[in-house]
Design a protein around this ligand. Structure first.
Ligand code: GLN
Length: 389
């Protein structure tokens, strides 16, 4: 079957392909980012209760009021943002739908969108489906910081949007206030709308006593009115399969998301929404505790990978670490990742498919959202294997 041109050259998502490879080969899966321990029991119980109590028909299109109110309180509690839950919050089927609906609603064919590279794969697929033109700005090894000159150079008279992601998957960079200010200055100067994916907002770490704190770009002066902020409960509450996400921002941008979303999923999972409201209101500290716990697992994985001779970037946030594999004699991350199950019984994610440039050819991503025993098993397998290229 010939696919429509809007899907030309878009392969199946690498995450699914690598998880299937892990299953097929019995490998430890440090590829796709999903935790092996579920989120809070109270939240699971709330979903169960909602199912039993009859929350089983269509939820309202913008999301159940209790969840929209809880999202507004979340933005207030963490960032001091005051949102009207009726006009400034919409619930989506995961952040992936929020990204899709935002781009479908706002990007016209030929519009240019500045996007951080390496990019999350759904951004590229959705931009292509909209006919949008991506203008990548590369976060480069070894420190994966935003190059403000490169950012400025990416903007042309046809640029209308910046698609941001911080904390950044896959590099683990948390954009600093200064970096965000550079994006904000540019957005204001060129009248751009910023669409920002902040799903790892609570999964940030501290190094040398300094927290790599997540700052939503919408909190910078002059930015709220031009920013669509996207997030979800999946990462914060270890419920990636629930697919409950949201978009917040000024009413015009939020209603644009709803205008597209209504024709996509129509409404999102009814019994899960009150349960996520419970999570946000009654388990507000759960994500920070998860982040503290993840930091120990980050260090376990990063120290282990470094011992194997890999150049490791210790991430500031997310649950991924990237390594440069050239020190082991490899030129191509995909070849390395395809050889890894057979050589070592471990799966990781090559990042070159998240680039237009060749900056990711030797960069491989590993997740540490697995239990310590799983990480130890993976490291033991790697240590017992010939990893040379
Ligand atoms: N966000 C997850 C990751 O980066 C994967 C989600 C997906 O498979 N689409 O690993």
């Amino acid at each position: 079957m010939r696919l429509a041109h809007r899907l030309d050259g878009i392969p199946p998502t690498v995450f699914t392909a690598m998880s299937a490879l892990a299953l097929r080969t019995g490998s430890v899966n440090l590829g796709q980012g999903f935790p092996d321990v579920d989120g809070p029991a109270s939240v699971l119980a709330a979903a169960e209760r909602a199912l039993r109590e009859g929350a089983n028909q269509y939820a309202p299109g913008p999301g159940v009021p209790a969840l929209r109110q809880a999202i507004a309180r979340h933005q207030q509690r963490h960032y001091g943002l005051e949102l009207d839950p009726d006009r400034q919050v919409v619930v989506t089927t995961g952040c992936t739908e929020a990204v899709a609906a935002s781009l479908l609603a706002l990007v016209d064919a030929g519009d240019e969108v500045v996007v951080l590279e390496p990019y999350y794969d759904s951004y590229v697929a959705m931009l292509q489906m909209c006919g949008g033109v991506r203008r990548p700005v590369t976060l480069r090894a070894p420190d994966f910081r935003l190059d403000v000159d490169e950012l400025r150079a990416a903007v042309t008279p046809r640029t209308r949007f910046v698609l941001l992601n911080s904390p950044h998957n896959p590099t683990g960079t948390v954009l600093t206030r200064a970096e965000l200010q550079a994006v904000a200055d540019l957005a204001i100067e060129h009248d751009l709308v910023v669409i920002t994916d902040e799903v790892y907002e609570h999964l940030t770490f501290s190094d040398d006593g300094t927290p790599h704190e997540h700052v939503p770009i919408s909190t910078l002066p002059g930015m709220f009115e031009r920013t669509l902020t996207l997030s979800s409960a999946g990462k914060s509450y270890s419920l990636t399969g629930w697919k409950v996400g949201w978009a917040t921002g000024p009413p015009e941008l939020v209603s644009a998301v709803l205008a597209a979303k209504q024709w996509m999923s129509f409404t999102s999972g009814a019994p899960l929404q009150p349960a996520i409201a419970t999570a946000l209101d009654e388990e507000p500290d759960w994500p920070r505790a998860l982040a503290r716990d993840l930091q120990a697992r980050r260090d376990l994985l990063c120290d282990g990978l470094a011992k194997l001779g890999l150049d490791v970037r210790r991430p500031e946030g997310t649950y991924f670490a990237v390594t440069d594999i050239s020190s082991l004699g490899w030129k191509d991350g995909m070849e390395f990742c395809l050889a890894l199950p057979e050589r070592a019984g471990v799966v990781a994610i090559p990042t070159q498919s998240f680039h237009d440039s060749d900056a990711g050819d030797q960069v491989v991503r590993w997740t540490f959202c697995k239990e310590s025993s799983v990480l130890e098993e993976a490291l033991a397998r790697l240590a017992a294997s010939d990893l040379s290229g």
